[in-house]
Write a protein that binds this ligand. Structure first.
Ligand code: SF4
Length: 346
């Protein structure tokens, strides 16, 4: 077949141009917290809550991967589940925006998000769970499977697993359940169905498919702790000084952060000595005990309270809001580094 001339890669170039066009900040200038912003780092949550313009926007390749993930989400919700399982997914096309205000002491927290849908029983239409889908590459998928398998089998997590970002999936799902139940009390659910999907397609040992689904119960204690933490960030909005960095050294967590350059000075970024792939400095038995208490209360009530007033007694950060199997064997916890001077931008 003869060549068509100088038009090769025209589509690819156009896609790249589009994806490289600066787009609006993923921050939340509207004065709310996103359900999906579950970073351990208060400072990062603070940047997002203030709507600070990211200094390190996602690359074109990352955005392309995110778009691919969106397509897979639709395939799973629109075809895979309804055609091949006894379930259906409702309220995802379009996704509903969930939003509600909560209180912690004198702080008001406005929480907002879009869940992936409501999983219902086909036939009866009975609401079963909030669905949260995570599409991942092969290694993140395997790591998450390893961690969630430990959680469901009540095995202790290693320190790096306690702080792994996958714990944020549970926090995110827990937020959705609460928001959902507050908005739709007649369709109340008390479970999260977390579906992991490996985009590389390698079959998982347990399921024989590149996917796993984990089911968790709503945890009211976790939600209250979560709101207390967000209230702490809320109280620092508009302050000149940013909250402390969660990480004392630059590692992959910070290098993937959209506010990396804003957070670390250029000299800090240049300092090879400061680089570390490790998690936060951590580990204290106090935190481990706090986690243990959290886990023990997991079954939870899903009592509806549209305006919960929560105690504001724990002003400082309380460790990982983890759902894990047996915290007494895990070794979380943490001191954190004093941050340098940092000027707020918004
Ligand atoms: S760069 Fe690291 S320490 Fe700074 S806000 Fe982001 S995650 Fe937190």
């Amino acid at each position: 077949m003869p060549r068509a001339g100088g038009v090769h890669n025209q589509i690819s170039k156009a896609v790249l141009r589009t994806l490289e066009t600066p787009f609006e900040s993923l921050g939340t200038s509207g004065g709310f917290f996103r359900c999906s912003e579950t970073s351990e780092c208060d400072r990062r949550v603070w940047y997002a809550r203030q709507g600070d313009k990211p200094s390190n926007s996602f690359s074109a390749v990352t955005r392309l991967k995110m778009n691919r993930g969106d397509v897979l989400h639709d395939y799973i919700r629109g075809k895979l589940i309804p055609k091949l399982t006894p379930y259906q997914v409702s309220y995802w096309n379009p996704e509903l925006q969930l939003a509600s205000e909560y209180k912690s002491g004198r702080s008001k927290i406005f929480l907002r998000g879009h869940c992936d849908g409501l999983l219902i029983q086909r036939g009866s239409g009975r609401p079963l769970a909030i669905l949260e889908i995570k599409t991942q590459g092969v290694w993140p998928f395997k790591k998450c499977v390893k961690i969630f398998d430990k959680i469901i089998h009540k095995e202790p997590l290693l320190p790096d697993e306690v702080f792994h970002y996958s714990q944020g999936f549970l926090l995110q799902g827990n937020r959705y359940i609460r928001l959902w139940n507050d908005a739709y009390p007649k369709l109340k659910v008390d479970r999260l169905c977390l579906l992991l999907f490996n985009v590389n397609g390698d079959p998982d040992e347990t399921t024989g498919l590149p996917m796993r689904d984990y089911w968790f119960k709503y945890d009211d204690k976790l939600f209250k702790k979560d709101i207390e933490r967000l209230a702490r960030v809320e109280r620092s909005i508009g302050c000149e000084e940013a909250p402390e960095k969660f990480y004392e050294k630059i590692g992959w967590q910070c290098e993937g952060c959209q506010w990396f350059n804003l957070c670390w000075s250029s000299s800090e970024r240049k300092s090879g000595a400061s680089r570390s792939s490790k998690k936060p400095k951590s580990v204290s038995s106090t935190r481990a005990k706090a986690n243990e208490r959290t886990v023990s209360r997991r079954s939870s009530s899903s009592k509806r309270s549209t305006d919960p007033v929560l105690e504001d007694s724990q002003a400082r950060r309380k460790g990982p809001r983890r759902l894990k199997a047996d915290a007494k064997d895990a070794k979380p916890k943490a001191r954190r580094k004093k941050m340098g001077n940092h000027k707020a931008t918004g």
